[in-house]
Design a protein. Structure first.
Length: 186
């Protein structure tokens, strides 16, 4: 067999493989659509350590000092989402307890994938997963690890024994980061 015949066979194989993969992808997408997985449905429950838990969404409002207040007692191993609406844009903070029970807070958007509308995190089991790229990480990394595909840390965060405080103006300043964001809010 000559050199050109081998090259032709390789090209033919590559074309057939590419077409096969396209068909396989379309078939998988069709199956997901038929099962309802293709819809942008917002889950009502998550599974954590084998137990179903309700998704928790909260609306943040300011206190008399212009601070947004998050009670530490509300932060558990089941992620909670805190929404603050600024000029029609939802800025969302997520809060979750680490393995040792320590609360962790961060903005619910991926530092690498933003401004993708799907650059938000959802709980899957005991971890969090980026809705855009699928990167997974543990609750202990929330608000601690900066850069890359991680939730954006909340830099202006103060606390006392029972409560976290975030200046409302600081969240308002983050609205541009959430301008194209389409994460679940309820």
């Amino acid at each position: 067999m000559g050199k050109h015949a081998v090259t032709f066979k390789k090209q033919t194989y590559k074309k057939k493989r590419k077409n096969y993969l396209k068909c396989l992808g379309l078939a998988a997408a069709g199956c997901l659509w038929m099962m309802g997985c293709g819809e942008a449905a917002e889950p009502d429950v998550v599974r954590s350590s084998g137990k179903e838990q309700e998704m928790r969404y909260h609306e943040l409002t300011t206190d008399e000092n212009g601070q947004l207040v998050i009670s530490k007692s509300d932060i558990t191993a089941n992620v909670a989402y805190y929404n603050y609406v600024v000029d029609g844009v939802t800025v969302q903070v997520l809060a979750i307890a680490g393995a040792d029970g320590t609360p962790h807070l961060a903005f619910n958007t991926c530092q690498s994938c933003n401004p993708s509308p799907q650059a938000y995190y959802q709980q899957e089991g005991d971890g969090l997963t980026c809705g855009n790229c699928g990167f997974q990480f543990t609750p202990d990394q929330v608000g601690v690890v900066a850069g890359g595909c991680n939730p954006m840390p909340v830099a202006e965060l103060t606390e006392d024994e029972e409560t976290y405080y975030i200046p409302a103006q600081y969240l308002a300043d983050q609205a541009s980061v959430f301008a194209s964001w389409e994460g679940p809010v309820k």
